[in-house]
Design a protein around this ligand. Structure first.
Ligand code: BG6
Length: 477
């Protein structure tokens, strides 16, 4: 088996990290719009609304809102078959609880999708990529409140109806499993609009919230298939595979148990019911999750068509270790240690191409569902030279090695893979740090951490390299 002829080569972004158009449009504030900029090891601050004097990098992003034609023309020039982005919930329902959607927001995405389709680029759309309306988080408690399920499903239905003839590939919630690290506030906030640390039992709160999000996802899948049976609706999981540090049996058992945190959401979304290890854990810890019979029916009826996932790194656990994860953004747990065989990026993310082949295999063995790598990439400090060029051989090396392993998973291991969309195909604001200098793009954007710069776009060396990769269908690496 080789990569299928309709393999979706492309790139990925998310509305809040690149669109801009926040304060001067009818868009409402999202949970991401009240996050300041941080740095490696310096957490972003979540403020109570937009507070004067703070810098919020997402408000301008890279101003795709006003540059979308130029940017999409460059994606088309690179030969993209698809482009993954998200619909900002707050452009459609600025507060989240309105009766009627906002036409200006709906029209913006019509314009973007039309522009993509003009070049034959398939939109691949995430409904919620860390962009819950701030109002729903503040006034309703985000997904801790069952009412938020209804607000989300309404938003999803409006999108499905409006774009049913333009968008075929959808995902419900981006990296729904990030909140498993309920100790780092950024994840509960961006996944679910909740500060788990404010609850007596943050872990139980996370699972309650997770349950509501899973119900919302299942209801959206069901609604979408009723609106257009040809839709392909997936989930989206942050896959950071966990290796045992040693062949000590305790490390092996620990890594298997820690992998439950990776599988939990995916198990429910793909199989339509809670896995045994989770039910046992709820029982053992005395968690009252309130899973009704009606809920069980909804979960079983809203299973996904494919599994979308991000892959950046692996993680290694040692049963004798103890680590503080309250600021960790590298998928680590309290047992995580450095892997002596793997180098890390400037932001401490392990560089492990073979881990991608491993991830594809464990996903496919477990579920036998089509897979879609919807994020992978190398965040690095790039330098734009005086002549306008930008040499990023480290990015080419990273992507080449990952594509090679991806191909082995398909060609040698028989994995059914729909496509590959490297993250941040044009430079954008980093999610975990809010920095501009953590760049992933094939396209350089002139903007810095403080918001200075012309926003001018230019090609990096990786631009022509990726163009060649797509043109040769992954043969010329
Ligand atoms: C994923 C997210 O976690 O990783 C993206 O889905 C994010 O939103 C990407 O940007 C890379 O993370 P970062 O922090 O380097 O931007």
């Amino acid at each position: 088996m080789v990569l299928s002829k309709d393999f979706l080569w492309g790139g990925a972004l998310a509305a809040h990290q690149f669109e801009g158009g926040v304060l001067e449009t009818s868009k409402g504030l999202s949970v991401a719009d009240v996050m300041t900029a941080g740095a490696h090891g310096v957490p972003r601050v979540i403020t109570d609304g937009v507070i004067e004097g703070n810098y919020y990098p997402n408000h301008v992003g890279i101003d795709f809102y006003h540059h979308y034609k130029e940017d999409i023309a460059m994606f088309a020039d690179m030969g993209f078959k698809c482009f993954r982005t998200s619909i900002a919930w707050t452009r459609i329902f600025p507060l989240g609880d309105e009766d009627e959607p906002n036409e200006e927001g709906l029209q913006f995405y019509d314009d973007v999708f039309d522009e993509l389709l003009k070049y034959g680029i398939e939109p691949v759309i995430t409904l919620s990529h860390f962009e819950m309306p701030y109002h729903l988080a503040k006034e309703y408690g985000g997904f801790m409140n069952r009412k938020t399920i209804d607000f989300f499903v309404k938003f999803a239905k409006v999108c499905f109806e409006r774009y049913k003839d333009k968008v075929k590939y959808w995902m419900t919630f981006n990296e729904i499993n990030n909140q498993m690290n309920y100790k780092n506030d950024i994840f509960g906030w961006t996944n679910s609009g909740v500060h788990f640390g404010n609850y007596d039992n943050p872990e139980e709160a996370m699972y309650k919230c997770a349950h509501h999000t899973l119900i919302a996802s299942a209801l959206a899948v069901k609604a979408g298939k009723e609106i257009n049976p040809n839709f392909k609706i997936g989930n989206m999981i942050a896959m950071v595979p966990i290796y045992p540090y040693s062949c000590r049996p305790a490390d092996m058992v620990l890594s298997t148990q820690m992998m439950h945190d990776r599988w939990f959401f995916c198990d429910v979304q793909v199989r339509g019911h809670y896995p045994a290890y989770a039910l046992k854990m709820f029982e053992r810890k005395g968690f009252d999750i309130d899973i009704t019979e009606e809920d069980k029916k909804i979960l079983s009826e809203g299973t996904v068509d494919y599994i979308g996932f991000s892959y950046y790194m692996t993680n290694t656990v040692d049963s004798t270790a103890h680590k503080d994860v309250s600021t960790a953004t590298d998928g680590s747990s309290e047992y995580s240690v450095e892997n002596p065989y793997i180098k890390v990026s400037d932001w401490g993310w392990a560089i492990d191409p073979e881990g991608l082949r491993y991830a594809l295999n464990i996903f496919y063995e477990r579920y036998e569902k089509p897979l879609f790598i919807v994020e992978n990439g190398f965040g690095a400090i790039d330098v734009k030279e005086a002549d306008g060029s930008c040499h990023d051989p480290y990015r080419i090396d990273y992507l080449r090695a990952h594509i090679q392993e991806m191909k082995k998973a398909v060609e040698e291991d028989g994995v059914d893979l729909m496509g590959y969309t490297p993250w941040g195909c044009i430079d954008c604001v980093s999610f975990t740090t809010g920095e501009m200098k953590k760049r992933y793009g094939f396209i350089y954007v002139d903007r810095d951490n403080e918001g200075h710069g012309t926003l001018e776009r230019s090609k990096k060396d990786s631009y022509d390299w990726y163009k060649k990769v797509i043109a040769s269908h992954g043969e010329e690496l």
